[in-house]
Design a protein around this ligand. Structure first.
Ligand code: KIV
Ligand code: NA
Length: 268
């Protein structure tokens, strides 16, 4: 059972995927994935939003609880949604604490920046393990003006590298690096003693993470750095079409799906 200590000390490549519901989490765990991120990517992936910004603490807590109930091996990491942390320390601790106390998360992930260094330290001090997240931080989409690659200038790369070290020193047990140059991710991975988990960050990270709906082919769009390993859209479409056809033709429900009970014969 990977704990944050196991992840921190992992010798082998760490595998992480998002999941937002019990049946998916169960399958992800059964496949042997080390860590499940209940990402705020649920906003786009399953809640029908265009960005992650509208996702609430309530929604992540509810989905995290579902994932926790369905798993016992994988490390469950709850993603702290936009403005659930960073507004005030007390509120940040309360919201992060909810994920552990009420929803059963093993750790939380914070989209990180200069403002999360001391908060990370405080959460870790209180017993809430923190996964940091640098590079592209989609909650800042309005600031960034899009979802482009980050850390592409020396100045920007240096800032990310320094923040990576600052969050490790603050006690983060691992670091997600999203959509940064592979050589920057490689350099940060060499520098840190805690593991890096990349998404769109090349192959030199200590682990990889992707969004489950992209991996299984449930979404209708996925970023160029992702890969579709399955065709769940195709599976759902053919199952639904087959159901519709069977109902319309009268082939379903068949005799084996129905029951006749003598006692109710005379209601009219
Ligand atoms: O919300 C999410 O799925 C994430 C991963 C892409 C790291 O933050
Ligand atoms: Na996220």
């Amino acid at each position: 059972m990977p704990t944050v200590a196991d992840i921190r000390a992992a010798e082998e490549t760490i595998t992480m995927l998002t999941a937002y519901d019990a049946p998916t989490a169960e399958l992800v765990e059964r496949a042997g994935i080390d860590a499940i991120l209940v990402g705020d990517s649920m906003g786009n992936a399953v809640l029908g939003h265009d960005t992650t910004l509208p996702v609430t603490t309530e929604e992540v807590a509810s989905r995290t609880a579902a994932v926790s109930r369905a798993t016992d091996e994988a490390l469950v990491v709850a993603d702290m949604p936009f403005l659930s942390v960073g507004v005030s320390e007390a509120e940040s601790i309360e919201n992060a604490g909810r994920m552990v106390k009420e929803a059963g998360a093993d750790a939380v992930k914070l989209e990180s920046g200069p403002h999360t260094v001391s908060l990370t330290e405080r959460l870790v001090e209180l017993g809430i393990p923190v996964m940091a997240h640098l590079g592209l931080t989609p909650q800042r989409v309005n600031q960034l003006g899009g979802y482009g690659r980050q850390g592409t200038t020396e100045e920007a790369a240096t800032e990310i590298a320094e923040l990576a070290v600052a969050h490790e020193e603050a006690g983060a047990f691992s670091l997600v690096l999203e959509h940064v140059p592979a050589n920057l991710a490689g350099a940060i991975t060499d520098e840190l003693s805690t593991p890096t988990i990349g998404i769109g960050a090349g192959s030199d990270c200590d682990g990889q993470v992707l969004v489950i709906t992209d991996v299984i082919g449930l979404g209708d769009w996925s970023p160029p750095f992702s890969r579709q390993f399955g065709d769940v859209r195709g599976e759902i479409t053919s199952a639904v079409e087959a159901y519709k056809e069977a109902v319309e033709s009268g082939e379903f429900p068949a005799e084996e799906h129905s029951e006749t009970v003598e006692e109710v014969e005379d209601v009219y």
